[in-house]
Ligand binder design. Structure first.
Ligand SMILES: Nc1ncnc2c1ncn2[C@@H]1O[C@H](COP(=O)(O)OP(=O)(O)OP(=O)(O)O)[C@@H](O)[C@H]1O
Length: 309
């Protein structure tokens, strides 16, 4: 990828958000995904209650929020791994509600999954091939045409090999996925999702368990997806990553979208600070805020010591 293309993709993403209201549900200039009134209840608990949200095509959008905010449940609904009780959503203008996961993937929207125990016992290559099969579903008619199944198999292997090369996992091709490091697992999760050539890639905590030495390389891979014209929506607790790579941030709390905005200002939005503090979760503090907190805590400690003395 040439530097000027890289610049223009990033610049286009930034320009698309310039001047937008920082309100939940704000319309985007060219949304690839539009969600309306999606609700998911578990018994008496309303895990997701999203009134309206849009994801801008060609951008990297972060979905953040305290533990239990409903981010994973929302991801599962949009990608057909769980059903919504109410609401609808369109991807490229096409209604997706009720569509099973493999058809959602075929339509161009995929989500990554953290490597499960069962997948850890398969090789890297088997994981890649399975990724394609699961996502594509079975095509019985094609399977009946002599030779076409074989051809499809060869195409899958070829694509898997290209992706493993790109993600620097080619040497690990025949190793068990469970033997990979945290960062390599994340690369495999991303590579698997790309097996179906998606337009929108939804990453589930791409930084979880990654050694700091690999952070930059992983961030680079995520940025590359945008440079290739894909849209990225990711759930992440690592605020450094959110600041570093996202063009726009959507914040969920108690199932609803409570704030949206660019990464440099969203962390100081009082609604966001309240949501994190209310949930007793690590607040996304700036260095200055952290310093302030530290000084307050030290002052409190000193006064306690003085009182006791
Ligand atoms: N299958 C389920 N059955 C019952 N309750 C569920 C189920 N899945 C999720 N929940 C509940 O729904 C709420 C939202 O959970 P969810 O995992 O979507 O939040 P999250 O924002 O992804 O949290 P985290 O950041 O900790 O992963 C939580 O209160 C959770 O306990």
């Amino acid at each position: 990828m040439h530097a000027d293309t890289t610049q223009s993709r990033k610049a286009a993403a930034v320009a698309a958000f310039a001047g937008l209201d920082r309100e939940p549900g704000v319309p985007k200039p060219d949304p690839i995904l539009v969600v309306d009134k999606v609700v998911r209840r578990f018994g008496g608990l309303t895990a997701v209650d999203v009134d309206h949200v849009e994801v801008q095509r060609g951008s990297i959008t972060a979905l953040i929020g305290p533990n239990g905010a409903g981010k994973t449940t929302f991801f599962n609904q949009l990608t057909g791994f769980d059903s919504a009780d109410e609401g609808s959503w369109t991807f490229n203008g096409k209604q997706l509600k009720g569509m099973p996961a493999h058809r959602v993937a075929r339509a161009g929207m995929v989500r990554t999954f953290q490597l499960t125990k069962a997948l850890s016992k398969l090789t890297v290559m088997e994981n890649m091939r399975l990724g394609a099969q699961n996502q594509l579903g079975e095509n019985f008619f094609r399977a009946l045409i002599p030779g076409s199944w074989r051809r499809q198999e060869d195409e899958i292997t070829e694509r898997a090999e290209e992706l493993l090369e790109r993600f620097k996992l080619a040497a690990k091709r025949d190793d068990f996925a469970g033997s990979l490091s945290g960062g390599q697992r994340k690369l495999l999760e991303m590579a698997r999702a790309l097996m179906v050539g998606p337009e929108l890639v939804m990453l589930d905590e791409p930084m979880a368990g990654v050694n700091p030495a690999l952070t930059q390389s992983l961030l680079g891979h995520v940025k590359d997806l945008r440079e290739e014209g894909m849209t990225v929506l990711f759930v992440e607790h690592d605020m450094d990553m959110v600041r570093d790579i996202s063009d726009w941030v959507i914040v969920m709390a108690q199932g609803a979208v409570i704030a949206e905005g660019p990464p440099d200002t969203i962390m100081s939005d009082p609604r966001v600070v309240d949501a994190y503090l209310g949930a007793h979760h690590d607040a996304p503090m700036s260095a200055e805020e952290f310093e302030e907190q530290l000084q307050e805590a030290e002052a409190e400690l000193e006064s306690e010591i003085e009182e006791k003395a």
